[in-house]
Design a binder for this molecule. Structure first.
Ligand code: NAD
Length: 280
């Protein structure tokens, strides 16, 4: 069997076009502030991509590039200013932050209705009980990719490898909301290959290149690769050993061109949602 490739680029382009059309039709004014501290090259690329997506969708983007030595007080002050700014509907602080800054404290300072990453504990709690305005961008993007396959989540065995607050845990919750039977695996899971082989839908969010091999995959499974790893030769690769797994899975996302572009598209959607809520 050769897997169908899930085209994250095309699906994300369609989501961004929906957002653009909605903004134009309903004359929505939406603004997104992106804050980057320091000069991590990967973060710089993500921030540039977010800016480009804003331009495409007709969302005003405000960028704040702060030096690495920015103090916590200065960063919190900026967040307060953005919370109070009516032109700013969404605030995103690019992670990771330099070590001397407390990420949790900074995220908690963002007003929950402007927290378009959905990392604030208020939004995390809302997701837990299924009463939410925004979904965290990466897991929400993964759900869109799964929907694009036509495979129903309800009743399926879903295995998520990784339990981080930004990917693994919310991913599991979204699958559960759609009535999947969900298992979350992590570094202490016993016999991981055996657990993974049960999965009709397998999500890899580990951060280790080529971690998921064909022997861990059920024939015909939907495989979503969240990992973004940079190899020594500079190339990007996911957590899934694409060549061999694509011979066995039913559907698979490539890296790049899978989950990555979806994350940005969902951020655009969240920013419009935030603008609509704040306009009320
Ligand atoms: P993280 O380091 O916070 O979490 C990794 C998880 O993997 C942990 O929960 C850990 O328990 C688990 N893990 C580690 N070793 C394991 C093992 N041997 N067996 C089973 N589980 C193991 O990472 P994260 O922030 O969740 O990100 C995961 C990956 O996704 C990274 O490559 C990151 O770059 C990528 N990512 C991509 C996007 C995107 O837009 N595509 C967004 C966020 C993160």
């Amino acid at each position: 069997m050769t897997a169908k490739i899930i085209d994250g680029k095309a699906i994300s382009a369609a989501v961004k076009e929906q957002v653009r059309a909605e903004i134009e039709r309903d004359k929505i004014k939406a603004g997104l502030a992106v804050v980057i501290v320091g000069d991590d090259p990967a973060s710089r690329v993500y921030v540039n991509n977010k800016k480009k997506a804003c331009e495409l969708c007709g969302i005003q983007s405000f960028e704040y590039a702060l030096p690495a030595e920015t103090t916590e007080e200065q960063l919190l002050e900026l967040v307060d200013t953005l919370n109070a700014d009516n032109k700013v509907n969404g605030i995103l602080v690019q992670l990771p932050l330099p070590k001397h800054l407390d990420e949790k404290k900074v995220i908690e300072r963002i007003s929950p209705i402007k927290d378009v990453d959905a990392f604030h504990e208020t939004n995390v709690g809302k997701i837990m009980i299924g009463n939410y305005a925004f979904l965290p961008c990466t897991p929400a993007g993964c759900m869109e990719l799964i929907h694009s396959t036509g495979v129903e989540v309800a009743g399926k065995e879903c295995v998520v490898i990784g339990r981080s607050n930004i990917v693994g845990k919310p991913m599991a919750m979204l699958l559960l909301h759609e009535n999947g039977t969900v298992t979350i695996c992590h570094s202490k899971t016993r016999d991981l290959p055996e657990v993974c082989r049960r999965a009709d839908i397998l999500i890899a969010a580990v951060g280790k290149p080529n971690f998921v091999t064909a022997d861990m995959v059920k024939p015909g499974a939907v495989v979503i690769d969240v990992g973004i790893n940079r190899l020594e030769n500079g190339k990007l690769c996911g957590d899934v050993k694409f060549d061999e797994v694509s011979e066995k899975a039913g559907f698979i996302t490539p890296v790049p061109g899978g989950v990555g572009p979806m994350t940005i598209a969902m951020l655009m959607r969240n920013t419009v949602t935030a603008a609509k809520i704040q306009a009320k």
